[in-house]
Design a protein around this ligand. Structure first.
Ligand code: GLA
Length: 470
């Protein structure tokens, strides 16, 4: 990027409180994506998008960095669309990226293995690609609290304790995440470890986590205390832990794990799970779902799309950790999974054994062009804009670098390769645009009016479409 951004090319208006002039069409009661009209039956549930002309909502554009300063290398970025009440503490301004132990190791975690994971995150290039949080999930705790009532680690599996693990992780430029529960026991420990939940101990446990150097708390929703299995109490419990974390004075991301979106969550957590647990399974119709708590990847995509307007900088919908590389799906399916997470501005929390991953898995996880879509500082969660049976088009508006840019996923959920087309006027792009393939890493040239591609069965083509007409 050169100094051109300072000149506000491409319609992001940093002066004068630009108003939408670019074909913003409101559908379904909310401000909608610029020029995005749902065709083929899918409502455009997308958020507010400034397309070709400026912020859709009135008011001054908040250009984050580089606005009008000429010569800044920071891209102009309008976030004035984001009016969702949120924590506003400056954390998680792009979707968190990291790794979590649950999908691959479940309850079988230990210190040696997590240190090896830390090393592998560095040596594999994952850290450099942005995966900085190393999050241990359930079952790091001893069977009981100590005499003072503090949570303690399992001393067999974590002989040196959590503080030493945090030091090891921090020395490698990574951050350490931990797991807790708003009830009386964690999800795995239900019925066998009374007291492993934080209910009634929120301040004590937050202080413990901070003293260990914890940077991220995933806070689950099992073993709910008597009388508290209702929405009001759930909100109180999560808010109490959020306040307790804040009171520690340490920057700790707060990940709400309650398997559904509620409107108080953006103001309470930095991210919140929107669905039950992900499974390394495309769709339940494949027969790969074992229990009612498990959900297939394309089912998660549909569910996570429902609260798209509530995600944004500092507050993200979380469709759960990635299954890329866990072995039950094809590379095309994993590329589809990863791409849709990026289009939906989802937290990218890898869930595979990064110590032994294949080159193919690594190439998916560290595709910097697709990661850049996810991490776009505009923070808009992309949505489905066209649905025609199994063939879909998803669109995420990007920060305007050199002109209006959209990331578009041509997504084929079905079992047969198929041609998928996107008409530019369906995504708020004027007639001519250049197209770049973000998996092939290739510029495809200029297209007039539409772009189409053959998309593999259960796969995806992801392109960046840059409007060439101002
Ligand atoms: C719940 C969560 C999972 C995982 C397990 C651990 O099911 O949704 O992500 O943390 O608990 O027991």
């Amino acid at each position: 990027m050169g100094g051109a951004e300072g000149g506000n090319t491409g319609g992001v208006v940093a002066t004068g409180g630009g108003l939408a002039t670019g074909g913003v069409v409101a559908t379904g009661g909310g401000p909608a994506a610029g020029g995005v009209i749902a065709t083929g039956g899918a409502p455009a549930t997308g958020g507010v998008v400034a397309a070709g002309g400026g912020p859709a909502a009135g008011g001054a554009a908040q250009a984050t960095g580089g606005a009008g300063t000429g010569g800044s290398s920071t891209p102009l970025c309008d976030t004035s669309w984001d009016t969702v009440p949120s924590k506003q503490d400056g954390l998680a301004m792009t979707p968190p990226m990291g790794w979590n132990s649950w999908n691959v190791f479940h309850e079988n975690i230990n210190e040696t293995q997590l240190r090896e994971i830390a090393d592998a995150l560095v040596s594999s290039g994952m850290k450099d690609a942005g995966y900085v949080y190393l999050n241990m999930d359930d079952n790091w705790m001893a069977a009981t609290r100590d005499d003072q009532g503090n949570l303690v680690h399992d001393s067999t599996r974590f002989p040196n304790g959590i503080r030493a693990l945090a030091d090891y992780v921090h020395e490698r430029g990574l951050k350490l995440g931990i797991y807790g529960d708003r009830g009386t026991e964690t999800c795995f420990n239900r019925g066998k470890n009374a007291g492993s939940g934080s209910y009634g101990n929120e301040e004590r446990d937050a202080a413990t986590f901070a003293s260990w150097g914890i940077d991220y708390l995933k806070y689950d929703n099992c073993a709910i205390a008597p009388g508290r299995d209702n929405d009001v109490a759930m909100r109180e419990d999560y808010e109490r832990m959020a306040s307790a974390l804040q009171a520690t004075g340490r920057d700790i991301l707060f990940s709400i794990c309650a398997w559904d979106y509620k409107d108080w969550m953006p103001a309470t957590g930095h991210l919140w799970r929107t669905t039950l647990d992900i499974k390394d399974c495309w769709h339940e119709s494949d027969g790969c779902i074992a229990g009612t708590w498990e959900t297939g990847i394309v089912q998660i995509i549909d569910e996570n799309n429902l609260s798209a307007v509530d995600g944004g900088p500092g507050h993200w919908n979380d469709p759960d950790m990635l299954e890329v590389g866990n072995g039950d799906l094809s590379a095309d399916e994993y590329r589809g999974h990863f791409s849709l997470w990026a289009i939906m501005a989802a937290p990218l929390i890898a869930g595979n054994d990064v110590r032994s991953m294949s080159e193919e898995t690594r190439d998916i996880l560290i595709n910097e062009e697709v990661i850049a879509v996810d991490q776009d500082p505009g923070g808009i969660q992309g949505t489905r804009v066209i649905k025609n049976g199994d063939l879909e088009v998803w669109m995420k508006p990007l920060c305007h670098h050199a002109g209006p840019e959209k990331a578009v996923a041509l997504f084929n959920r079905g079992g047969t390769a198929a041609e998928i087309a996107v008409a530019f006027d369906a995504i708020g792009v004027t007639s001519k645009a250049t197209v770049r393939d973000l998996w092939a890493h290739q510029d495809l040239g200029e297209f007039d009016g539409s772009y189409s591609s053959l998309v593999p069965a259960r796969g995806v083509v992801v392109v960046k479409i840059i409007d060439t007409v101002d």
